[in-house]
Design a protein around this ligand. Structure first.
Ligand code: 13P
Ligand code: SF4
Length: 302
C-alpha cells in the first residue's frame, strides 16, 4: 500500500511539475519520495535554485513561507496547514520594532524558525547550521538574537568577543531535555557518542560529542562507527536505523517528538499533489519584500 502511494506520488510529481522538499525530520517514507532532503539551510538554498514551477514543502509553515519568499512567482504548498513551529511566533514583531527604535546600533539576527512578520523586522536570518558562519561575518555591532535563547547562548559561547543579547524564546521539544537525560543515556550506552541539536539547553550541550543541525547530526552519525545517541527529534534516529540496521541510534529522551513535524503523512502529500488538500502559501507583496531581505542575506553570508 505504501509503495503504491509512493509510486502514485512520483507520477503526480511529474505530471504537475512539482518538486518535493522535505526537512530531515520527516518520516522515512516521505524522505524517500523527496527531490531534496535537508536541514532548514539546505532547503532554503535548494528552494532558491529550483527549476520546478511548483514546490511542495514537507515540514512546518516557516519552511514553506521561506520557499515562497524566495520564489514569489511559484506555487508553494504546505501539505498540512496546522504544521507550525511553536517557536516561530514567540516574539511579537512590535517588540522588535520598539527595541530597534531605542537601540539603533544593534543588528537583529533571527533564527529562521520565525514568522514572516517577524522576519520583516530583522537584518539577517540564520539557521542552526549557518549561524556561526553568518554571525562571524557580520559587522562588529551589538546583536539582538531571537527567538531561541539556547541556540543564541551556544553562539555567544562560540563568539565570546561579540556582544549578543538574548530574549526568552525556545523550542519546547529540545528545551525539555535535561542533564539527567544525558547521564541516564550515557550510563546505558557508555561507548556511544552523543550528538545534540543547539536548540538544547547549555547543560545538555555540555555532555555532547557533537553539536549541530539536523543534517550535521546525520553526517556526524554516518562518519562515526559505533552507536550514537541522538539528541534531537526521534525521526533522525529512525532514518539512521533504517540505513544502518547493525548500529544503534537511541534517542536521548522519549520527549524528543515534534508533534508538528509529525503531522504530515504520505496521504497528505498525495492530496496536496492532486489538488484535494494542502494550503497554497499566499503573501502580502510588501511584507514578502521586507521578509525576503534577511533570507537572501542569510544565503549570501551562509
Ligand atoms: P535545522 O536547522 O537543523 O533544520 O533545525 C530546524 C528545527 O526546527 C530543529 O528543531
Ligand atoms: Fe519547532 Fe522545535 Fe519542532 Fe523544530 S523541533 S519544528 S524548533 S518545535
Amino acid at each position: 500500500m505504501m509503495k503504491e502511494l509512493q509510486e502514485e506520488i512520483s507520477r503526480l510529481k511529474k505530471e504537475t511539475g512539482t518538486a518535493i522538499l522535505a526537512h530531515s525530520y520527516q518520516s522515512p517514507e516521505i524522505l524517500e519520495i523527496a527531490d531534496i532532503r535537508g536541514d532548514s539551510f539546505a532547503l532554503s538554498v535548494a528552494a532558491q535554485q529550483l527549476a520546478a514551477e511548483r514546490i511542495l514543502l514537507c515540514g512546518v509553515r516557516f519552511m514553506a513561507d521561506t520557499a515562497k519568499l524566495l520564489n514569489p512567482e511559484k506555487t508553494v504548498i504546505l501539505p498540512v496547514e496546522q504544521a507550525v513551529c511553536p517557536m516561530a511566533d514567540q516574539i511579537p514583531p512590535e517588540r522588535v520594532r520598539r527595541f530597534k527604535e531605542s537601540h539603533p546600533d544593534y543588528m537583529v539576527v533571527a533564527y529562521i524558525n520565525t514568522t514572516t512578520r517577524l522576519k520583516a523586522e530583522c537584518d539577517v536570518c540564520v539557521t542552526s547550521s549557518s549561524a556561526l558562519n553568518i554571525v562571524r561575518r557580520l559587522p562588529d555591532r551589538p546583536i539582538l538574537f531571537i527567538p531561541d535563547a539556547n541556540l543564541g547562548g551556544w553562539l555567544k559561547r562560540q563568539l565570546p568577543k561579540r556582544e549578543i543579547e538574548l530574549w526568552d524564546g525556545c523550542c519546547p521539544v529540545h528545551a525539555a531535555i535535561t542533564a539527567r537525560d544525558c547521564e541516564r543515556m550515557k550510563a546505558r550506552y557508555p561507548h556511544a557518542k552523543l550528538a545534540v541539536h543547539p536548540e538544547c539547553r547549555e547543560e545538555v550541550l555540555a555532555y555532547a560529542d557533537y553539536v549541530g543541525s539536523t543534517s550535521g547530526i546525520l553526517d556526524f552519525a554516518e562518519r562515526c562507527e559505533g552507536d550514537v545517541i541522538i539528541g534531537t527529534e526521534k525521526s533522525i534516529s529512525d532514518w539512521l536505523s533504517l540505513r544502518h540496521p547493525q548500529r544503534r541510534f537511541p534517542v536521548l529522551s522519549k520527549k524528543l517528538l515534534c508533534s508538528n513535524m509529525r503531522l504530515t503523512g504520505l496521504a497528505d502529500v498525495y492530496r496536496a499533489l492532486n489538488g484535494t488538500g494542502g494550503e497554497e502559501i499566499v503573501m502580502d507583496p510588501a511584507l514578502a519584500e521586507a521578509a525576503k531581505r534577511p533570507i537572501e542575506e542569510m544565503i549570501r553570508l551562509g
